[in-house]
Design a protein around this ligand. Sequence first.
Ligand code: EMG
Length: 283
Amino acid sequence: QTGSPRNFPFRCLQISSFANTTWTRTDGLAWLWELQTHAWRNGSDSIHFLKPWSRGNFSPQQWEDLQHILGVYRSSFTRDIQEFAIMLSKVYPFELQLSAGCEAYPGNASESFLHVAFQGTHVVSFQGTYWEPAPDAPLWLNRAIEELNKDQGTREMVQSLLSDTCPQLASGLLEAGKSELEQQVKPKAWLSQGPSPGSDRLQLECHVSGFYPKPVWVMWMRGEQDQPETQRGDVLPNADDTWYLRVTLDVAAGEAAGLSCRVKHSSLGGQDIVLHWDGSRSS
Ligand code: EMG
């Protein structure tokens, strides 16, 4: 798993809800790879640090400056969108989502992005020095984009945030948070019986929790044989930056004995966890 250099994208997300002409809220959050590093709540003047290393290598003054830029931006953004909504006859309620960030590559290279979604669909991106419509964006957006591109001051600020500020912040965070990002946390696993799927049938559940990073392999087995009817749930977040997964198998009551759940995870170093179904528990 070690060897080739890893890239960890840094992503800032903004969620803006416009309920009607007067009620709006905007929340922001930032992630380095799988770990949330910052929160920027509606109505709060400051960016909250969620990790001891969330400051990265920025000075207090650099954080002050960034907070000020974001504070001005949030109120300008809200006002702009309300004006666009009138100009373009958009119906409330609607939702805007922004995703902006960067990823550093070996040798000082980095790539940045800024995408905007309206009602969950990608509509606008910032490319180089201009706002551009997404490939299948609706035509009404062109008027908004034309307006946005008239503001050279904002275009220059966005460009400098994406090409300078973001990679600097991301590399400082990566350096400060590296050991936490690259840590390995072993899963715990346990078995239980789920709700009966039918008469004379059992649902066997295998729970795997507390692991980091996210990739994991879990299968119901009979001896060395994978059970292809194994059903895998979604990998869900625990509150402590670890993950949880439930994997189930529906079987005839008489066939549960001899089944086991096998877990492979990078933290286990090849020592898979194997739990055997105890035939005496089910009936
Ligand atoms: O304020 C590190 C941890 C952070 C955690 C929190 C994460 C937060 C996530 C944030 C992600 C988004 C980042 C985007 C940053 C953009 C910064 C832009 C800063 C510039 C700015 N401009 C406004 C004020 O502009 C005036 O003042 C500045 C100086 O302050 C200049 O002098 C400028 O020339 C002058 O005009 C502008 O008002 C600007 O327009 C604000 C909004 C910009 C914007 O985001 N536009 C994209 C909107 C997309 C529109 C979609 C179209 C649409 C869809 C649906 C309905 C209607 C419209």
